[in-house]
Design a protein around this ligand. Structure first.
Ligand code: HEM
Length: 384
């Protein structure tokens, strides 16, 4: 597709699919491509004969997330969030990440047995990011499981499984519970400020301006959600890449100092964000194709990250790859806000896994991938 029709219309999806690095990068940085992609879905649902009001209300909550807003609203919102969720605050999390990863690893090693594979997702890659982001927000440990369940429930909404009645019922429930819980957490923080991210967000100011209650709830839910599944998938996909490329695994195990470059290569080679969606804001052209206002566009980060025009031997995992202009965290104004947290977690836990499971091998060739276009993740990663 990249060679023959790199900006491709698929009628059954009523969407464009863009796969080349330069076209994807251009669209991510262009105002002709809007991030306000939930509003059209809401509009469509409203126009039905018997609109599902409670689904519409849930989508309206989602619509307030930073990732779905456009400048100038997005610029102000992101500036206020960035003041709280700063690289300094994330760097200060290293000790906590090391400690949580170490505890999870001890448990995984204690539970492992020669005749039963260890599921690296269930034991480590899934719980680590959930515990870290919930801890940052000041969620008490006993409430963390609730959190994980709700966040799993709303993935149906975010990843677009809107036609699946059962899943959107769960999503609706998950979203309303999460919003209620975060509202109460913020009320507590206002009365009793702490040394956590929720307090920093409540107190964030740009001159007189601060985040409204709706924005605070939206960003906390967005951070919890954004900070969870993607990082799980980065850790798991990276481990799979190493298991399938034993010489690269050995390279990293014997020279852990290359972890920084290795993480960038994992993000390129099999990154968790397969694509991001935009809506054409005004009739425009991309890669020689005319697009109409309102058209939906899938910007395929995975395609861009394997573009031979930009990467030598794009389908090889090369932990020493340099330069590496991958766009696994997106680009432009919506560039991933949690990139340094994800890098931190992966750079702590992947070397630790290699240290504690030095001889590990893939426990099954039958891996089950999530059947969605936006993310790339497995359900289990069994290793012996
Ligand atoms: C935005 C990927 C981890 C929070 C994004 C975007 C991508 C992305 C591709 C851009 C979306 C768009 O342009 O529409 C990833 C990957 C991760 C990861 C691959 C892990 C490896 C995290 C973490 C957090 C987070 C750990 C927070 C704790 C966010 C937020 C945005 C975002 C809030 C919206 C930023 C904005 O709109 O200004 N992420 N993410 N992400 N990410 Fe991440």
């Amino acid at each position: 597709l990249r060679a023959t029709d790199p900006v491709h219309w698929i009628a059954s999806y009523r969407s464009w699919f863009v796969v080349r690095h330069d076209d994807v990068s251009e669209a991510l940085k262009s105002e002709d491509f809007s991030s306000d992609r939930i509003a059209p879905v809401i509009e469509r649902l409203r126009s039905k004969d018997r609109p599902d009001i409670s689904l519409i209300e849930t989508l309206e909550l989602l619509n307030g997330w930073l990732v779905f807003r456009n400048p100038p609203e997005h610029t102000r919102f992101r500036r206020l969030v960035h003041k709280a969720f700063s690289p300094r605050m994330i760097a200060a999390m290293r000790e906590e990440v090391v400690s949580v990863a170490g505890e999870l690893m001890d448990l995984a090693v204690a539970r492992s047995s020669p005749d039963r594979p260890t599921d690296l997702i269930h034991e480590i890659a899934y719980p680590l990011p959930a515990i870290v982001i919930a801890g940052m927000l000041g969620v008490p440990p006993e409430d963390r499981d609730l959190f994980k369940d709700w966040s799993d429930d709303i993935s149906a909404l975010v990843f677009g499984a809107l036609d699946d009645e059962g899943r959107h019922e769960r999503a609706r429930h998950g979203m309303s519970e999460l919003v209620r819980y975060i509202g109460e957490l913020l009320d507590r923080v206002r009365l009793q400020p702490g040394d956590d991210l929720a307090t920093a967000l409540v107190e964030s100011r740009d001159g007189e301006d601060g985040l409204t209650n709706e924005e605070l709830i939206a960003i906390c839910v967005n951070l919890l959600f954004g900070g969870h599944e993607t990082t799980t998938n980065l850790i798991a996909n990276s481990m799979l890449g190493l298991l399938k490329n034993p010489e690269q695994k050995e390279l990293l195990r014997t020279d852990p100092a290359i972890i920084g470059a290795a993480i960038e290569e994992f993000l390129r080679y099999d990154g968790p964000a397969k694509s991001v969606v935009r809506v054409v804001a005004a009739d425009t052209e991309l890669g020689g194709k005319s697009m109409k206002r309102g058209d939906r566009v899938f910007l395929m980060l995975a395609g861009a990250n394997h573009d031979p025009e930009v990467f030598d031997r794009p389908d090889e995992l090369d932990l020493r790859r340099k330069p590496n202009k991958h766009i696994g965290f997106g680009a432009g104004v919506h560039y991933c806000l949690g990139a340094s947290l994800a890098r931190l977690e992966a750079s702590v836990v992947i070397p630790l896994m290699l240290e504690r499971f030095p001889e590990c091998e893939l426990g099954s060739e039958q891996l089950e991938w999530d059947p969605v276009l936006l993310t790339r993740g497995m359900k289990h990663l069994p290793v012996f």
